[in-house]
Every structure is written in structure tokens, then in C-alpha cells.
Design a protein around this ligand. Structure first.
Ligand code: GLV
Length: 326
């Protein structure tokens, strides 16, 4: 008998075809998100789940899904999954690293360029019919080229963000839990800095640390005050890494110049204070959202799930201890 798998949100046809070759699949192509009770109801007789960052996989859910062997997240971040609870119950948890690095780095750069050159403000002005002609001081922005970029979180995506800075002739500082080996620093042309040094010296601060209790409000009111008043903050990682209420105050009172945000606390119900500000570029968590990358992410998750359900080791297992127990 084929193992039973639930796919919690809409995926691509080839994702379902691959899963169907190995599993009995229950899909959700209408893409109506399941609330916790509906998710528990659908998952209770399943051996695996392909899920998204909108699904909370916690111990209460695992407790009513005794057959579950694998939780395959279609995302590199997995703060929606209680990994220790999965490990304790012998459930493998997997993510999708690697395939989204370049697309996510491109989006961080999109936010940098758009906020430096006031692109969304400029577009709204043109669309509103307010553009009456050219003048010298119109929509003055700041230069990205030759500026200092500070990358906080120098994992795979952070490194791709840093690499792109060479073309803009930028100085790049970085902060990471562990300092990179000297040869890697050299090949990326980046300088290690403390958090305070990076905040004080950077013209653009890009956040790429994963969200966890340790990085909750990693940037708060006191940190924003350490930044240059001309600096721009980019959050392309996870809501909660920034204290959004403090950021709104800092954008209002000129503590920093601008922000570019793809992620928010409590998204999609972001703090309405952002909507009234001209000096913030807002995007709806689309860091990895290109056709090719989202297809690759969904297929990576499907392959992780099938590997786990057919006796193999998923390539992107985040809790190897669960494998021993399963
Ligand atoms: C998206 O936010 C991801 O973690 O892949």
C-alpha cells in the first residue's frame, strides 16, 4: 500500500505528479488554508505532509497524527515547525535550502534599490497624475553604489546578497553568529563587524538571520538609534526579527531614512502604521517568488517527503535524530 500524504496548499502539477507516483495524495489545489482543527482532521491518518510556512506544525497537532513520519516544509525557514517536538516523536522535518538563495538575494536588492531611489513613492506620484514636469530636486534619493552594506546573517542567502555588492563597488560589513573562514571572507570581499559597528557604519542594513526566540526583535528601538539617520533597513528574512512598532516610530521621526520590507510581524495583518509612510517599500513575502524558484522549492519538498516515506534519508533533513527514532 502506498503511503498517504497531505499537501496543505496549492502546488504545481509536476509536484503532485511526482508525489502521486509514490504516494496516495490528498491535495488542496483550491488553496483554502486549513485552520488548526481542519489540518488535524486531514492529517490524522497521513504518513507525511508537504506544508508551507502558513501551517503551524506543533506538538498538539503531532499528538493526533500517530502515523506521521515526515513534515516537508516548502521553505528554507522552518520556524512554523516545532522541530524538538518532531524529533521527540520521531517525525522527520525538512526544508528547501539552496534553490532559493539567488532569487531571495535578488529581492533583497530590489528592496534596497527601490527604497534608496524612492521607487514606490515615485510610481504612486506618477499614477496619481501629480507629475507636472521635471525639476532638479525632484524625488532626490541616495546612492547605492560606493555605499556601505551591512549584512546580518551570512548564511547562503546573505552571501549571495554580499556577492552582488561588488558590481556596485560597495564596502561590505557582515555580522554572523560564527565568523566565516578567512578565505571565504576574502572571496566574498567582506569584513567581519560587531553588531554595533555594523549598525553605526552601514548605509544599508540587510537582515538575513533566521527567526527564533534568540532573534526575536533583534532590531528594536535601541538598535535603530545606533544606525545612521541616512541609513536604510531591509528585512528580507522573517517578521519578528524587527520590532515593527519601533521601526514605524524610527521611520516617522527620522531616526533612519527608509526601509524595505518583505516580511512583517503578524503577517499578513501587518501593522497599519506602515501604510501611512512614504519612506517604506512594502512587499507581501515574495522573496523566493519566481516561477522557477517556487517550482524548485515545491519539488525539493516533494523529494524530501518521498525519500522519508520510502525508507531513505531526505536530502534536507533538519533533525537527523528523528531518523534514528522513526
Ligand atoms: C521563505 O520565506 C522561506 O523561508 O523559504
Amino acid at each position: 500500500m502506498k503511503p498517504k500524504i497531505l499537501v496543505t496548499r496549492e502546488v504545481f502539477d509536476e509536484t503532485l505528479a511526482y508525489l502521486a507516483a509514490h504516494c496516495e495524495v490528498e491535495s488542496n489545489q483550491p488553496d483554502q488554508p486549513f485552520d488548526p482543527a481542519a489540518l488535524a482532521q486531514r492529517l490524522k491518518d497521513k504518513d507525511g505532509v508537504v506544508c508551507c510556512l502558513t501551517d503551524r506544525i506543533d506538538d498538539a497537532l503531532l499528538a493526533v497524527c500517530p502515523r506521521l513520519k515526515v513534515v516537508a516544509n516548502i521553505a528554507v525557514g522552518y520556524n512554523n515547525i516545532d522541530v524538538p517536538a518532531c524529533t521527540a516523536r520521531g517525525v522527520m522535518a525538512t526544508n528547501t535550502p539552496g534553490v532559493l538563495d539567488d532569487s531571495t538575494a535578488d529581492l533583497a536588492w530590489t528592496l534596497m534599490l527601490a527604497s534608496a531611489r524612492r521607487l514606490t513613492e515615485a510610481e504612486a506620484y506618477v499614477r496619481a497624475g501629480d507629475w507636472k514636469g521635471w525639476h532638479l530636486k525632484q524625488m532626490l534619493g541616495v546612492d547605492v553604489h560606493h555605499a556601505t552594506l551591512g549584512v546580518i546573517g551570512m548564511g547562503r542567502i546573505g552571501q549571495q546578497i554580499a556577492r552582488r555588492a561588488a558590481g556596485f563597488k560597495m564596502r561590505v560589513l557582515y555580522q554572523n553568529r560564527n565568523r566565516l573562514p578567512a578565505d571565504v571572507e576574502k572571496s566574498l570581499d567582506v569584513e567581519y563587524a560587531t553588531k554595533d559597528q555594523l549598525l553605526a557604519q552601514s548605509d544599508f542594513v540587510v537582515l538575513q538571520v533566521p527567526y527564533s526566540p534568540a532573534t526575536h526583535h533583534y532590531i528594536g528601538a535601541a538598535d535603530l538609534k545606533k544606525m545612521k539617520p541616512t541609513a536604510i533597513l531591509i528585512n528580507s528574512t522573517r517578521g519578528g526579527v524587527v520590532d515593527d512598532a519601533a521601526l514605524i516610530n524610527a521611520l516617522k521621526d527620522g531616526t533612519i531614512r527608509a526601509a524595505g520590507l518583505d516580511v512583517f510581524e503578524n503577517e499578513p495583518k501587518l501593522n497599519p502604521g506602515f501604510l501611512d509612510l512614504k519612506n517604506v517599500v512594502l512587499a507581501p513575502h515574495i522573496g523566493s517568488s519566481t516561477e522557477a524558484t517556487r517550482r524548485a522549492m515545491a519539488m525539493t519538498a516533494a523529494k524530501n517527503a518521498v525519500a522519508a516515506l520510502t525508507g531513505g534519508t531526505p536530502p534536507n533533513l533538519v533533525n537527523p535524530d528523528a531518523r534514528a527514532k522513526s
